[in-house]
Design a protein around this ligand. Structure first.
Ligand code: NAD
Length: 723
């Protein structure tokens, strides 16, 4: 009999066994090798000592209930590991199943977060009680890591709530529920308000239901809502994959497809067989590249970035209490909301109190919506709004310990507003600019304390976008960097750190994506195909529609400034073939983008996007201009990846995790890749394969695809990008 090292067996005099999940080697419990051996040992013992057992309670000695699969192991799994992974998954499920069908009541006393494997243990219990603890989350988020719940999560949610609800509420979005919402959605049966209450409720269930069993183990059980053997359900079935394809826009995400297949196929067989089907689809995902990419990005990289791998050490944290937001336009209004939401007092300054009040109105709108949807209370919304003071008067900025400037994109204006406020705010206030393109070093020249000046580049819409790009100017000090980092974390956003350069990382790289898409239109490729190529590559926004949103005149302005700067420094500007298309669109056809009512698309009176402009076909399309669809997708992906490598070479980017996270969260680089440098790492054939493909693209489409020296060296040395 194997030994249980991560689960403590505690049996009381009444015969109730509490299985305390408590991995001695980790701060959180995971489904690692030790757990698999432990759950097997526990199941063996439970079966052997069945007669002395009155009921079983799962709970944990950690802050969280159970964290889920062991991602450190999973990320290493390759196709050669398929069989052991498949067998280990089945063996673990067999143990849970033996406890579930012991004939005794089984209760999960969920004392903290139960995500993924944690919630799967809870699902293998007859009754689920969750402690209503702040920050506690419940659900099966595997899909967000390119995986599926392989611990019985698919088979059991399908039987608990029916195929449709299991897919839509739990599996396909990977929704993480608060205990309250988990109760409302039927994921748990009841809530407890203290750890004592939690265990008391678990025991009360055992006392009241000595012969309890899972609904699906009761003879005559039927899956709620029906299965494909039901003609009505079967008639709706073809819509499932069609809807999924529409949702994914053709992007290469294997997990949702496998989840759907495991759910539907598993609903047509007995429970044991459903577990085997689930394991097969799970194994395919774990041993594939996409899960590795997504685990790397959304678990390891995100953790590295948020935990401060880039924050200078040894500098004490000083939470910001009162922030000055200069400019109450689109960005300033969003920044004010995000700061107030995090409990920071905000003085929102514009040219007049009326103009600033318009910016505050944005927060009023967001608060009203959140109250309407039950996401916050009126009280909390009122408190948030009371923290924002709109003003046109510089004197009101007294006492601010941080400044975030978001006035028009103009160096002279930015210099002027900083000069106005620098002696009014606290003498050591952190000074930040939200510029998206202007060099931070130049902007810093407008203030006396240049070491305290830094770039804090938010993304639009600020309240939804999780990323902030922090830009270090030449004179920015470590203290300012640490404080800026802490401020971004204080408002619950993810900070990446880059060095100063025109367009920094995000604005420069997204420009490559857009230029490439637009260049293809110029080559005569059908514009609808260009859009489809972007969607199928996994970009959340199609390339021409994105260009329209950003306006065609903006990249022109940036390009002209960059060109001037390059030429003034004695260099030569290399034109991108996309530029000529933009010029024609603006100058010849008067189509500057969405805000101008006409761009690559047509727009209605209300600004709603219509069809692609038919003139594109007339003026650009050539019937013989077709190129392979893969080339179209890879031109966009490679254009961004190659420019990112150049930014590493230039020292603008200093962290691989920052590049990956920044590209996904900031500029919509497809999430299945794991981020822009992970895309290079994970390309078929590794970096050498990527280099070979880049050379092919360079030979066919232009020098801009020539792999930079750093990449060639890495390929020769057999290295990948790592932090
Ligand atoms: P916006 O035009 O919506 O707002 C600018 C605001 O600044 C206006 O309300 C204006 O009245 C105010 N303003 C002008 N002069 C001022 C002064 N002397 N004192 C106080 N306020 C003054 O612009 P936006 O889109 O919010 O952009 C603001 C900044 O953020 C720019 O630097 C821009 O490059 C940057 N940015 C924009 C985006 C984006 O997607 N729009 C994204 C990231 C960064």
């Amino acid at each position: 009999m194997s030994e249980s090292t991560t689960i403590r067996w505690e049996q009381d005099e009444t015969g109730v066994v509490t299985l305390v999940l408590d991995d001695p080697d980790q701060s959180a419990n995971t489904m690692n090798q030790a757990f698999r051996a432990s759950i097997k040992a526990v199941a063996d013992r439970a079966v052997a000592e069945k007669d002395s057992i009155r009921g079983i309670i799962y709970t944990s000695a950690k802050k969280t209930f159970f964290a889920g699969g062991d991602l450190k192991d999973m990320i290493k799994a390759g196709p050669e590991d398929a069989r052991p992974i498949f067998e280990a998954a089945l063996e673990m499920k067999d143990a849970l199943r033996r406890i579930e069908t012991l004939g005794k009541p089984v209760v999960a006393a969920i004392n903290g977060a139960a995500l993924g494997g944690g919630y799967e243990i809870a699902l293998a219990s007859h009754h689920r009680v969750a402690l209503d603890a702040p920050g506690s989350k419940i659900g099966l988020p595997e899909v967000t890591l390119g995986l599926l719940p392989g611990g019985g999560g698919v088979a059991r949610t399908v039987r608990l709530m029916g195929i449709t609800d299991a897919l839509l509420k739990v599996l396909l979005q990977g929704t993480q529920y608060t205990p309250q919402r988990a109760l409302a959605s039927g994921l748990v049966h009841e809530l407890a308000d203290s750890p004592e209450d939690l265990l008391a409720k678990a025991r009360a269930f055992i006392d009241a239901h000595p012969a309890s069993q899972q609904p699906w183990d009761v003879p005559g059980y039927r899956i709620p809502g029906g299965t494909p053997s039901n003609p009505k359900f079967a008639a709706n079935l073809p819509a499932f994959p069609a809807n999924l394809r529409k949702q994914l826009n053709g992007a290469p995400y294997p997990a949702p497809r496998n989840i759907m297949a495991a759910a539907v196929e598993g609903s047509q067989v007995d429970f044991e067989t459903a577990l085997v089907i689930e394991s097969r689809y799970f194994t395919e995902l774990v041993t594939g590249q996409t899960a590795k990419n997504m685990i790397q990005a959304f678990f390891f990289d995100l953790q590295a970035v948020n935990s401060g791998a880039n924050r200078p050490q040894g500098i004490e944290k000083r939470p910001v209490r009162k922030v000055a937001v200069l400019g109450a336009g689109m960005m300033g209004a969003g920044i004010a909301y995000s700061c107030a939401r995090a409990g920071i007092d905000v003085v929102l300054k514009d040219v007049s109190t009326e103009a600033a009040a318009k910016g505050k109105a944005y927060s009023e709108k967001l608060c009203a919506k959140a109250v309407g949807r039950g996401r916050t209370t009126q009280e909390k919304a009122d408190a948030l709004l009371a923290r924002i003071t709109p003003t046109g008067d510089v004197a009101d900025l007294a006492g601010c310990d941080a400044v975030i400037e978001a006035v028009f994109e103009d160096t002279a204006l930015k210099h002027k507003v900083f000069q106005e406020i620098q002696h009014v705010v606290e003498p050591d206030a952190l000074l930040c600019s939200n510029t998206s393109t202007l060099p931070i070093t130049t902007l810093a020249e407008g203030v006396e304390r240049q070491t305290d000046f830094i770039g804090l580049h938010f993304f639009s819409p600020v309240d939804k976008m999780p990323l902030v790009e922090i830009i270090k100017g030449e004179s920015t000090g470590d203290e300012a960097l640490a404080r800026a980092f802490d401020l971004v974390r204080q408002i619950n956003k993810t900070p990446i750190v880059v060095n100063d350069s025109r367009g920094f990382f995000t604005s420069r790289v997204i420009g490559q994506f857009i230029n490439e898409g637009v260049a293809m239109v110029g080559e005569g490729i059908e514009p609808a195909s260009v859009e489809q190529a972007a969607a199928q590559a996994g970009y959340p926004a199609k390339v021409l529609s994105l260009m329209d949103e950003l306006t065609l005149t903006l990249p022109r302005k940036i390009r002209n400034e960059s060109k001037k700067a390059v030429e003034e420094a004695g260099g030569t500007w290399t034109s991108h073939p996309g530029e000529a298309v933009i010029d024609r669109m603006v100058d010849e056809f008067g189509r500057p983008g969405r805000s101008g009512g006409a761009g690559f698309y047509e727009y209605g009176e209300d600004g709603a996007r219509g069809k692609l402009w038919p003139g594109l076909r007339e003026h650009f399309a050539k019937p013989d201009a077709e190129i392979p669809f893969t080339d179209m997708q890879e031109r966009m992906l490679f254009a961004e990846a190659l420019d990112t490598v150049r930014l590493v070479e230039e020292g603008v980017l200093t962290s691989v995790a920052d590049a990956n996270i920044g590209s996904i969260l900031g500029i919509g680089f497809p999430a299945w890749t794991g981020g822009v440098l992970q895309y290079v790492n994970g390309y078929e054939g590794g970096i050498a394969g990527f280099v070979a493909r880049a050379r092919e693209l360079a030979a066919t489409y232009g020098e801009r695809f020539t792999p930079p020296a750093l990449l060639v060296e890495k390929a020769e040395r057999g290295e990948v990008f790592t932090d």
